[in-house]
Design a protein around this ligand. Structure first.
Ligand code: PLP
Ligand code: COI
Length: 359
C-alpha cells in the first residue's frame, strides 16, 4: 500500500474572477473545486491508483452495485483559512477512524488513516485558492467510498472507489445563527440498535427524507429522531447531534449504537469543560425536554455538526404540543461554545488540544 498520490492537475482551472464570485456567496454544497482525489480498491490487489485529477463526472454502469444495494459511506470535515494565510483541517484523524468504522459496518475495505488524511491534504493543497478567507466560511471536504463492481448479486463488492471532493461552504442554514425549529418524529425512526445508525452511510439519509418532509409540512426546519423502541429518548437531528443546556451543565444523548458519534459532539464535551461547564452524556426523554423547559431548568438546546457548526434550537413541535427554548433567541452558553469552537478552528484561539492539522 502506498500513500503517494500521483498529481494530474487540471490544465483549465476555473478563472480567478469566477472562483471569487462563487466564494462571495458559496451557500452549502452547490459548487465544487477544480480537483478531486480518487483511489481504487480491488480484491486481491488492495488500494491502488491513488491520483489527484480534474473534478469530472464519473461514468456509471446501470448495474453498478451501489445503485441497487447502497454499499456506500461518506465523511464530512472542513479546511479553515488561518490569520497567517495558511490552511488547517479539524481532527481529520477522527474522520479517518469513523470512516473505517463505517466501512466495517457496510462490509467494505478499510482505508488506511494515512491515505485518508493524505488524500484530503493533497486536495486542499491543490485547491487552496478555494478556501474562503472570510468570516465563518470554510472549505467542506467530502470523502466517500462506494461499490464499483457491476452485477446484481447481493454480496460485498470486489471493487470500490474512494473519492474526495471539496466545496466552499458558507452557513448551512440560510438564517445564520437564527434558532431552528424542530419536529419530534414519533412515526418514523432513523435507526435501531444493531442497524446502521452509527455508520455514516447514504441509506440513513435516504430513510430520513420522508420524516424531514413531514417536519417541513409541520412548518419546522429539522426533524429530531427518537429511539426506535420507546419513541421517547432523544437521539439526534437530521445531520447534527444535540446538546441540552441546564445552566452550566450540558448534556448530550449518550451513544446508543443507533446515533452518529459526531466529532463536533465529542469536541464540545472537552471544550465545554475548558469553559468551566460540566459536560455529560446521558438520556433525555421528550417528557424531560418539555417539562424542564417549562420549569425553567433546561435553559438552552443546540444542535452541532461539521456542516451546521453550532445552531440553536428555538421552537419544538410534537404531538404533545409546542414549546420554545429561551424565548426563541440564541442562548448565552450556546453562543459562548460556538465562539470557542470557531475561534479554535479559524486560528483566533490557541489549539490547546492539538486538534488542528496544519497543511
Ligand atoms: N449526526 C448525523 C446524522 C450527521 O450526519 C452528522 C454530520 O456529520 C452529525 C451527527 C455530526 O457529526 P460531525 O460533528 O462529525 O460532523
Ligand atoms: C456534515 O456535517 O458533515 C454532514 O454530513 C451533515 C449533512 C450535510 C449530511
Amino acid at each position: 500500500m502506498t500513500t503517494t498520490i500521483e498529481l494530474k492537475p487540471s490544465a483549465h482551472p476555473l478563472p480567478d474572477a469566477e472562483r471569487e464570485a462563487i466564494l462571495a456567496n458559496p451557500g452549502f454544497g452547490r459548487h465544487f473545486t477544480d480537483h478531486m482525489v480518487s483511489v481504487r480498491w480491488t480484491e486481491g490487489r488492495g488500494w491502488h491508483d491513488a491520483e489527484l485529477v480534474p473534478y469530472a463526472p464519473l461514468s456509471v454502469d446501470p448495474a453498478n452495485m451501489t445503485l441497487h444495494y447502497a454499499q456506500t459511506i461518506f465523511e464530512g470535515l472542513k479546511a479553515y483559512r488561518r490569520p497567517d494565510g495558511t490552511v488547517a483541517t479539524f481532527r481529520p484523524e477522527a474522520n479517518a477512524a469513523r470512516f473505517q468504522t463505517s466501512a466495517r459496518r457496510l462490509a467494505m475495505p478499510e482505508l488506511p488513516a494515512e491515505l485518508f488524511i493524505a488524500a484530503c491534504d493533497e486536495l486542499v493543497k491543490q485547491d487552496k485558492a478555494w478556501v474562503p478567507a472570510h468570516g465563518e466560511q470554510s472549505l467542506y471536504l467530502r470523502p466517500f467510498m462506494f461499490a464499483a463492481e457491476v452485477g446484481l448479486g447481493v454480496r460485498p463488492a470486489n471493487e470500490y472507489l474512494f473519492l474526495v471532493i471539496a466545496s466552499p461552504a458558507g452557513a448551512y442554514f440560510k438564517g445564520g445563527v437564527k434558532p431552528v425549529s424542530v419536529w419530534l418524529s414519533e412515526d418514523y425512526v432513523r435507526a435501531v440498535k444493531g442497524g446502521t445508525g452509527a455508520a455514516k452511510t447514504g441509506g440513513n439519509y435516504a430513510a430520513s427524507l420522508v420524516a424531514q418532509k413531514e417536519a417541513a409540512d409541520k412548518g419546522c426546519d429539522q426533524v429530531v429522531w427518537l429511539d426506535a423502541v420507546e419513541h421517547r429518548w432523544v437521539e439526534e437531528m437530521g445531520g447534527m447531534n444535540l446538546y441540552f443546556v441546564y445552566g452550566d451543565r450540558i448534556v448530550t444523548p449518550e451513544l446508543s449504537g443507533s446515533l452518529l458519534p459526531g466529532i463536533t459532539r465529542d469536541s464540545l464535551l472537552t471544550l465545554a469543560r475548558d469553559l468551566g461547564c460540566t459536560a455529560e452524556e446521558g438520556r433525555i426523554s421528550t417528557e424531560d425536554w418539555k417539562r424542564d423547559t417549562e420549569n425553567g431548568t433546561l435553559t438552552e438546546v443546540f444542535a452541532c455538526g461539521t456542516a451546521a457548526v453550532i445552531t440553536p434550537v428555538g421552537t419544538v413541535k410534537s404531538r404533545q404540543g409546542e414549546w420554545t427554548q429561551g424565548g426563541g433567541e440564541p442562548g448565552e452558553v450556546t453562543m459562548r461554545l460556538r465562539k470557542a469552537l470557531l475561534d479554535l478552528q479559524s486560528g483566533a484561539a490557541e489549539d490547546t488540544h492539538g486538534w488542528m492539522h496544519q497543511l
